[in-house]
Ligand binder design. Structure first.
Ligand SMILES: NC(=O)c1ccc[n+]([C@@H]2O[C@H](COP(=O)([O-])OP(=O)(O)OC[C@H]3O[C@@H](n4cnc5c(N)ncnc54)[C@H](OP(=O)(O)O)[C@@H]3O)[C@@H](O)[C@H]2O)c1
Length: 331
């Protein structure tokens, strides 16, 4: 497994990070099987993955508990990343949230503690001070952010740059290419990519818009007619499935699976430190590891960029997958 040292830190992590959002049940993933999740976590460890990303909000704390339980005997060999509750961004709430995560994880330090979304009713600078205080207290080793646009990063960086910015990025979601990706590159901030398989859409399992279950059809790809959607936009269903068709053509030519091609594409984009992929079984973990050892040829990368260009344009520069431009939580 290829590793990387995250900028301005002593964290050496596998470039494939195991995403722990979907290891426990919730409204998005539906019912999850605990034994299968445990097997997937063990498969990740066995294949050399040492980086695990969870959050206080995942499964209402259950994801952190399971991560803590499974990784307990390997604590000094793994890097655990977690996140503050998105709506608890006041300075004292952040301190409290961290204590609760430490308890659920059963550890006395978190390797990388991240803001999940920048709070809008608290000053970002005050929230960031609180994150840095946790570092001084030794409760967290390094601090990072998620979903931060160039405006937020411009406030954090002069105080202390985040080690990483966790961002949505995939063949079906390229909005960070407009300005956040270059900003992070210029300022030596690592990028951890999330939803690289677009919640399974890039596994090639949905043949039509109607096949995508409602819980997973909440992003700006889908029409506001779908339940649970809050972006209020028309969606880009035609462009999304045209892109999936064009990606499938490239996969056929390369004789590689869509999952493999989607993950390898992410990994090969400039400025990307790690790719965080979820997996609901040990078989999926094994397939995902394969793509990390098998890069795509240059001409395939260009073809994929071209195939997904019209969708990138239709979705525009708002990187928020779930909120429309007016209410975008990126700043
Ligand atoms: N910071 C943030 O705001 C934020 C937001 C979202 C995610 N994240 C992080 O990023 C991680 C990954 O993103 P994600 O969970 O949204 O989505 P993802 O990694 O794009 O998709 C995960 C899903 O893809 C399917 N899959 C994975 N490997 C597969 C394979 N080899 N073959 C077929 N299907 C496969 C599985 O679907 P099935 O369940 O159908 O098997 C799996 O549950 C999360 O777990 C979380 O740690 C962070």
């Amino acid at each position: 497994m290829k590793t990387i040292q995250l900028p301005n830190s002593d964290l050496v992590v596998s470039r494939l990070c195991f995403g722990c959002w979907g290891i426990t049940s919730d409204f998005h993933w539906g019912d999850r099987n605990r034994d299968q999740s445990v097997a997937a976590l063990h498969a990740a460890l066995d294949s050399g993955i040492n980086f695990f990303d969870t959050a206080a909000i995942y499964g209402d704390g259950e994801s952190e508990k399971l991560v803590g339980e499974v990784l307990a005997s390997k604590r000094d060999q793994v890097v655990i990343a977690s996140k503050v509750l998105p709506d608890k961004m006041k300075p004292d709430e952040i301190l409290h949230c961290c204590d609760e995560s430490l308890e659920r994880l059963g550890t006395d330090y978190i390797d990388l503690y991240q803001t999940h979304w920048t709070g809008r009713d608290t000053s970002p600078a005050d929230s960031w001070d609180s994150m840095l205080k946790l570092k001084q207290q030794g409760k967290v080793r390094h601090v990072g952010v998620c979903n931060a646009g160039v405006g937020d990063l411009g406030e954090f960086c002069p105080v202390e740059p985040p080690v990483t910015n966790q961002l949505p990025y995939s063949l079906l979601w390229r909005a960070i290419e407009y300005d956040i990706l270059p900003f992070c590159g210029d300022n030596n901030i690592g990028i951890l990519v999330y939803s690289p398989l677009m919640h399974g859409m890039l596994a090639g399992k949905y043949k039509s818009v109607a096949d995508v279950p409602d819980g997973r059809a909440r992003s700006r790809h889908f029409s506001s007619q779908r339940p649970h959607i809050r972006h209020g936009e028309a969606g880009c269903e035609g462009e999304t499935f045209d892109a999936l068709g064009a990606i499938a053509d490239v996969c056929r030519r390369l004789e590689r699976t869509m999952v493999d091609v989607a993950l390898a594409w992410c990994l090969q984009q400039p400025g990307i430190s790690c790719v965080i992929a979820g997996a609901s079984s040990h078989e999926q973990v094994a397939q995902n590891v394969y793509s990390f050892d098998n890069p795509l040829p240059e001409d395939a990368l260009s073809e994929l960029n071209e195939a997904t260009g019209p969708l990138k344009q239709a979705l525009g520069p708002n990187p928020d997958m779930w909120e429309g431009a007016e209410k975008s939580r990126f700043r």
